[in-house]
Design a protein. Structure first.
Length: 117
């Protein structure tokens, strides 16, 4: 069996069963939440892929399944204009699954409201 087949079996779904297609896109994001010990944190990380309904993100923090996160995308602060926000409004997401990748953890998250709404 190839690695794609194993990955699909492990995660329980193929790309054809998803509600929206994933795009391999690294977007910087701030994660705001609490770790598995209940301590609040903010971490600057990135998406590994993203869709209208969810994303895969990397984090060094231990998080729990079904935990809700707040994601914001930082905006460049090259201008001193008050019309350009320093970050996007928060996007709420829930953790669906996780796997280890060295000292990082990869989290599959689902947005509580799809981005295309």
């Amino acid at each position: 069996m190839g690695s794609v087949s194993l990955r699909r079996q492990r995660h329980g779904a193929s790309d054809t069963c998803r509600r929206s297609p994933r795009i391999r896109l690294q977007v910087p994001v701030f994660i705001r939440s609490t770790d598995s010990s209940g301590i609040a944190f903010i971490e600057l990380t990135k998406t590994l892929n993203i869709s209208a309904t969810g994303a895969c993100i990397a984090s060094t923090y231990p998080l729990r399944a079904d935990q809700v996160l707040q994601l914001t995308i930082p905006a460049p602060s090259t201008t001193q204009s008050s019309t350009v926000p320093h970050e996007t409004p928060p996007i709420s997401a829930k953790i669906l699954r996780q796997e280890s990748a060295g000292d990082m953890r990869l989290f599959g998250i689902e947005f509580l409201r799809p981005l295309d709404e």
